[in-house]
Design a protein around this ligand. Sequence first.
Ligand code: LMR
Length: 397
Amino acid sequence: MFQHVEAYPGDPILSLNEAFGKDPRPDKINLSIGIYFDDAGKIPMLPSVRAAEHKVVAEAGARPYLPMEGAANFRTAVQQLLFGADNAAVKAGRVVTIQTVGSSGGLKVGGDFIKRYFPTSTMLISDPSWDNHRAVFEGSGLSVKTYPYYDAATGGLRFDAMLEALKQAEKKSVVLLHACCHNPTGVDLTKAQWQQLVPVLRERELLPFLDLAYQGYVDGIVEDAYAVRLLADAGLSFFVANSFSKSMSLYGERCGALSIVCPDAAQAVNVLGQMKATIRRNYSNPPLHGGQLVARVLSDPELRTMWEAEVVAMRDRIQAMRRKLHEVLSAKLPGRDFSYFLTQRGMFSYTGLSPEQCDRLKEEFGVYLVRSGRMCVAGLNTGNVEATANAMAAVLG
Ligand code: LMR
């Protein structure tokens, strides 16, 4: 019956993480998956989230199905987090927010919606982008192409080429943009570049789809929502998928949302209705528990203050690791420029290591990086950063 089912070659990120789990070497180092580990190499349980969980569990009663669009308190809290409490588009009823199964769930139902209502639109993703973007949108039946983004020569952004490509894009193309903490490169647009992008998006009638999976990991919770608020203030219609996996260390709870900013409140009502239909066709309704932890942290003033400080601490620790890695590598290989570790932002850096060099790192040194050369800087800690730098120097040298 299943002879025609071919073997799964594996996922470049998740399968590598599985391989790491099976590696018996005690000194192995996991810089593969986009997960924040603390300085002891553990996934933290944030005290704010733990306190929220105590309260939520103490108050929990029956477990009904959530509505298709998710819990109202979660959706309202997410809107305020992304758009700000006084946002004009939110107040005008133009923003639809649905709770999704992680932000991947938001990409998926967004992709299905786009396929249904913009069937001839092409999905444009950055070159490179998160490995799963292409898979998710192709899975929705969309045609996926790339626009220029990363400049391998400088470790920076090919902004002019990006802008030019978007100026040539077919009208109503959907443009996937990383709102902050670009995955996999760590190369973000500056505020001025976002501002330059807006007229191009408007004139070409492009439909932006922001992916905001790392809010708080670059400059701050509000600062990292800059692109969301800029596009909303510019009066554009767009999508934004966001996640609490990293910012609240709630990976397995799959807490995400998809917001759609619409031209007016009447269209927003219909968009919400069709998003509900899309969710019903995919998984009926989202899970209850994790979203309630998020809603509690965001809406309880004391927990909110705790959480904001926790995000700062995670961000500062990553920055310290960037500086340390840069320092050790620059001392070991004095002729080389490792400044990209300092200029690239957020959880990831694109090391420029070849797939073969990544294979050597894994096989000889037990240091796991995605074969594209992406390093999750949040996997470094004071106990493994020097060993990582030594291993990198060995394969580079
Ligand atoms: C990553 O990019 O490593 C994370 O977002 C985890 C994933 O699902 O790929």
